[in-house]
Design a protein around this ligand. Sequence first.
Ligand SMILES: [Zn+2]
Length: 312
Amino acid sequence: MKKYTHAWLAFMAIKRLDCANIPEELKGDAQSLVKWFHDYRDFVIEGAWYPDQVFKDMATSHIIKYRPDTAEREQKFKRLPRTMQCYNKGMKSPLYKKPFAIEEGNCADRCESIAHSIVDCFKILRTEERGNPISTTSNHIAMRFFILSHYIADCHMPLHCDCRSFSSGENIHGFIESEWDKQVKASYHIDIPNNRFFYDPQGYPLANKITPLVQEVENDIVNREFLYTWGNGNNNTWDYISAVSEYSYLMSYRLIPKEFDEKNLTKELYKSSEAYSRLGEYSSDILCDAVDSIARVWLHVWARYRKWAEKR
Ligand SMILES: [Zn+2]
């Protein structure tokens, strides 16, 4: 995904924690995270873009690449919360329960390690004396939250979980992501020189001409039921992101059917395909799920730290 899409998804995750119907026992955690985030909102665009701009670990940590395997066996798929669209649609895929092989990528490991490091940093921040040169800062932790959101969002982009390389040739991958970024840029007022959004009175990106796709996401993040669970059988960020990657792989074959690969798919052919006519629907599924996941992972991280802090 591209720069403004990443920042916007992170912002929408906070808006979701603020405006969705959060279960009573988590309301305090959600509200305090929202409040904390608002002090750092000017840095979301920059922070959420570091992985592409500075780390450039696209070939390893932004992906988990799957390919269908020919072996004769039933493949066990992980589960996800029932509100996830990639889960509901993935289970209907002809590739569901069919064997797969993972060729490369460590996006789930990356997410798990950043989630851990955020909790660790908070603990250091609370333990060390102010001004201790080895200590961390809240700015630094906020940056790590934004970086984490990048990797979570990327895992939801189906083509990041598909061995077929649609970044080569006519770069259908880049084409789809550019379409999303154009929509985000058209939908909000962005303070380009200062690399931040302008804000509405509630502190969220100020609406310009909201496109239908962006509006769908804005509606979904408020209306979608908030489930804190990782999904049955999943116990941590790693399990969860691994599960997301499995369903992202299944979604990829909806986005671009199996008869296509990087060698035979041109932009023109893609635009005339049946799958392209449903790109709007799939885009909404992908982006809404990404926001839901960022909010879910962030809240888990924050709650873990708060639980530790309470016991001190
Ligand atoms: Zn990326």
